[in-house]
Structures are given as C-alpha cells and as structure tokens.
Design a protein around this ligand. Structure first.
Ligand SMILES: [Mg+2]
Length: 350
C-alpha cells in the first residue's frame, strides 16, 4: 500500500472581521490535504482521507510554508502502514519538525482514512465515548462595545451557552460588561492572548471573578513564565494556558503555574500528539481544553472526535467562517453531534 498526498489552498472569508489583542483577520488561509491509499492491488477501491492545515503566523507558518513541505511529508509516509498512526506522526516530525500545521493536516487526513477503512467514526477507532463531548464555546472577538453586545446577544440566541471573550485592551471592563448585558445567562471565559502585564492580569482577574467569569486564558506573554507564575499564585480565577503550552513536553514546565492546558492540533502537530498532551496534562493534575485556529471543518472535525478527552472545548473556528466548503460534527449552537453511520471524521464537502 502506498500513500499519496494531494493538497489545495483555500482562502476562506470570515463572516465578520475577527480581532484579538495581536491583530485582525478577514480571511483564513487553509490548505486542504487529501491522503489517498492505493489499495487497487487488493482489488479494493482507494480510500481518501481529508484533513486541513490552518497555519498561524504566530507559530511561523503560512499557507505557502505548508504547501512547501507537503511533498516532503508525502515522501516520509508513502510506505508507512496508515494504521500505524503514531509512526505516521513520528515520520512527519522527523521530516519537517517546524511545520506543525502541515503535519497536523496529514495526521488528520490519515486518521480519517483509517477510520473510513475500519468503517467507524474516528472517536470509535480512538476508543472514546462520544456522549461525554462538552459543547464548544463561541468566541466574541474584540470590537466596539456596541458590536460586542450585539454579537453576544446573537450568539446566545443561536444557542451558545458558553462565550469566550477576547480581551487585552484598555476597554476590557466595558467589553466584558457588554457581553454580560447581551448574554446574561451565558458562561463567560476570557482570553487575553498574552496582552497583559502580570500585575494588570491579577487586578483584572479580581474584577473578572466578581463578574462571574469562569477562567482567564493566556493572561501574560508565553515568554514570561515567571509572570505566569506570579498571576497563578494571586489570581482568584483559574488560569488556562494556550501560547505557553504548545507540545506535550511543555506541560511539566507550566504545571505549577496553570490550571488548564489548551491543546490545538495545529500547534502540537497531530491527533496522537494531542492525546499525548492531554495525558501529560492529566498526569500533572491539570484540566484540558481543546482549541483551534480559524479553520475549516476539514480540520476541526478531527478535533471534535477528541472532545471526549476534554474538560472544555473551544472548537468554533469553522463557525466563524462565512462559507465553509466542508460540513462536520460541530453544530451551530455549540453541540458536537456525530452521525453513527458516518465513518472517519465526518468532514464532508458541502
Ligand atoms: Mg487562546
């Protein structure tokens, strides 16, 4: 059996400009990746697994860098048994260490292919119970206070019970108050994307706790681990880390200064790496959250099957798109719902 990798760049317009403390985006550059096995020798039809890369400039990747390494990844896995998914990820990492989104796309496509070959949904081939998947939160990006209030109300009307509010400006209190006004019954969490100083983070965590917020994500820069510890030791709210924890080996270094680890397939490089990261988090007594970039269901669908491993799920990237060419298990309103008769990740072209 030989594996072939095909890819196609897709520029996906967002429903609304998405702004976080670091900047704005109107388009998500994704690269859809298809891995085809060549089972024709057995008299079988070939099976095609689908995945996608959602590269992040913050981690040094673009659609162009993804496209540039996919032929190396194809060469690395061409003769590997796709059922050996851990070896697939190891060969990819050996071939192109610094391109986790490109590797994640291949890993997702191979996992989709294998589950399709087995004729089962991906969660089943991973041994997971789909009924324990938490709903995803929905993200409210930075915007004017009036727009934030409107977006929060619209999200609550659409059925989202948990909103993640992007913060990291001098208007943080007004923004959180506006979200609360727009969605009075929603659970709120905030993500500062590294924007605060340690002292500012502690001060803000105090009034955020009074406002009933659930936890604070990435209050300070990942380059300031001592600042993170300062915040953790003084914050009345639990601290989640995202930018501070990228791969499984980062977990022990943040375990004494965070409560929740955010895993993204595009940071850690694949489905098996994500499982390792979750296991490391659990072993260190931390809670787990699965996040995503702004990405198509071609990518997010794989994450949805890992949701049963998570305490918190933030898989709304496809819900922020104007028009995702793929459908998947993450539903409008936040539920993650799998079709029992749909093998693979459930990412299907619309
Ligand atoms: Mg984050």
């Amino acid at each position: 059996m030989t594996l072939q990798v095909e890819f196609e760049r897709v520029d996906l317009p967002l429903a609304d400009t998405f702004t976080i403390s670091r900047g704005s985006q109107d388009v998500a550059e994704n690269v859809v990746v298809r891995v085809r096995d060549d089972a024709a020798d057995d008299g079988d039809d070939a099976v095609v697994g689908v995945g996608a890369a959602a590269p992040s400039r913050h981690y040094g990747e673009t659609a162009a860098t993804v496209e540039a390494v996919l032929s190396d990844l194809e060469a690395a896995i061409a003769d590997v048994d796709p059922f050996q998914t851990r070896r697939i990820e190891a060969e990819c990492e050996r071939a192109v260490h610094d391109n986790p989104a490109a590797r994640a796309a291949v890993s997702i496509a191979v996992h989709d292919l294998v589950a399709k070959r087995l004729g089962v949904p991906l969660y089943r081939s991973l041994g997971l119970d789909p009924s324990t998947a938490p709903d995803t939160s929905f993200t409210i990006g930075l915007d004017s206070v009036d727009r934030v209030r409107e977006k929060a109300a619209a999200a609550a009307d659409a059925g989202y019970g948990t909103l993640k509010v992007k913060v990291g400006t001098d208007r943080d209190r007004a923004v959180v108050d506006a979200v609360r006004e727009g969605a009075p019954d929603a659970t709120l969490r905030v993500d500062a994307n590294e924007a605060w100083t340690p002292k500012e983070a502690v001060r803000k965590a105090e009034w955020l706790a009074d406002a009933g917020v659930e936890f604070v994500e990435q209050p300070v820069p990942a380059t300031d681990p001592e600042g993170l510890r300062y915040v953790y030791e003084r914050s009345p709210l639990p601290i989640a880390v995202d930018e501070s924890c990228v791969v499984p080996s980062d977990v022990p270094q943040i375990a004494d200064r965070a409560d929740i680890v955010t895993c993204k397939l595009m940071k850690c490089g694949g489905v098996q790496a994500a499982r390792d990261l979750f296991a490391a988090a659990r072993a260190n007594g931390l809670e787990t959250m699965l996040g995503c970039m702004v990405e198509s269901n071609a990518a997010i669908s794989a994450g949805a099957h890992l949701a049963p491993l998570c305490d918190h799920v933030d898989l709304d990237g496809s819900l922020l798109l104007a028009d995702d060419p793929y459908d998947g298990p993450v539903r409008e309103g936040g539920a993650i719902a799998f079709a029992d008769d749909q093998p693979g990740t459930g990412a299907v072209e619309r």
